[in-house]
Design a protein around this ligand. Structure first.
Ligand SMILES: Nc1nc2c(ncn2[C@@H]2O[C@H](COP(=O)(O)OP(=O)(O)OP(=O)(O)O)[C@@H](O)[C@H]2O)c(=O)[nH]1
Ligand SMILES: [Mg+2]
Length: 307
């Protein structure tokens, strides 16, 4: 394993930390746990994250602060091939280019073929790649970790290996220590209280998409995108109109549900999250509209922020 650089004298450190891995290993859950805010949406279905999202954690008091700028990426995958999934894989490459440290996440219960492909395409001279074995809470026996670490380490020269549970927030401080010692010296790029680069509008649209992902059946969510049509707010309340775009006529009714029940529940849960985000009551209206083929349409993708 490579030695961590000794950065010596105390001073501010700031760096980009890319979180990569196959779909569903818990990258977004890990980012949210590290930052302490619900920055990136999560679900038990693969391919939840579509664009890179920054989550910022600033620790220490000025002038000796450390700013971790985490880049959550879509899960690297080769199965579904649309323009959207190509853009998703491209955004992983961009994150790798920008990152000072890379956190590669696998499931502690074992490596899959997709993990192995990703390990094989990661440049071996990349340096500063930390292996995280997530979901240790789901392991029957911690001894199972050792053969998995051995297999991954035989495939890639990791700088460090840290088993964690993002969900139960276990061993996250060990991970932060390993990351921090590899961050370059530098002044913070974000204000200490800023936790993402994304707008409130984007976070609100994602809150709606998260609930749709969680409440709808297995195939449906991949054809769904969310746009914010209207946003008005004063100091006491906000009024937001969100539209769920589906790519097939048949899906519209499923999203709405019997008597509108499904859409109402998506809206109710999303509203609770958005109220937390804005710190005031929110009146959220939701609509469903059919837009065929949006996931293969460059203009539609750009308009939805998937660039
Ligand atoms: N048991 C357990 N489950 C976890 C843990 N971390 C994440 N999960 C679950 O794993 C599922 C996927 O989590 P996400 O954070 O959405 O995974 P992701 O890697 O961001 O997935 P994509 O965005 O689709 O690539 C969710 O159901 C999480 O609740 C963990 O530490 N333990
Ligand atoms: Mg994700």
């Amino acid at each position: 394993m490579a030695e961590a650089p000794d950065l010596g004298a105390a001073g501010p450190r700031t760096g980009f930390v890319a979180i990569i891995g196959r779909p569903n290993v818990g990258k977004s859950t890990l980012l949210n746990a590290l930052v302490g805010e619900h920055v990136s949406i999560t679900s038990r279905k693969p391919q939840t994250t579509r664009v890179r999202v920054l989550g910022v954690l600033t620790r220490g008091a000025a002038p000796v602060t450390t700013q971790f700028i985490f880049i959550d990426t879509p899960g690297f995958q080769r199965r579904h091939r649309t323009m959207l999934t190509r853009r998703m894989n491209e955004s992983i490459n961009a994150a790798l280019r920008d990152a000072d440290v890379v956190v590669m996440v696998i499931d502690a219960r074992g490596l899959t073929a997709e993990d192995r492909v990703l390990l094989d395409v990661l440049p071996a001279d990349r340096g500063n790649v930390i292996l995280v074995l997530n979901k240790t809470d789901a392991l029957a026996d911690r001894d199972q970790l050792l053969p998995r670490i051995a297999e991954a380490a035989a495939r890639y020269p990791f700088a460090a290996v840290v088993p964690v549970s993002a969900e139960k927030r276990r061993q996250l401080s060990d991970l932060l220590v390993e990351i921090e010692r590899r961050l370059p010296a530098g002044e913070p790029l974000f204000e200490a209280d800023q936790f993402t680069d994304r707008s409130l509008r984007f976070l609100a649209a994602e809150a709606v998409r998260e609930k749709a992902f969680r409440l709808l059946g297995d195939e449906l969510p991949y054809g769904i995108a969310v746009t914010i049509e209207r946003w008005s707010e004063d100091e006491h309340r906000a009024e937001i109109v969100a539209t769920l775009l589906v790519d097939r006529d048949a899906h519209k009714g499923i999203v709405i549900g019997a008597g509108g029940a499904k859409l109402r529940e998506i809206g109710r849960l999303a509203r609770l999250d958005i109220e937390k985000l804005l710190g005031k009551p929110v009146y959220l209206q939701t609509h469903v509209r059919v837009r065929r083929g949006w996931s293969d349409d460059a203009r539609a993708l750009a308009g939805l922020g998937y660039e």
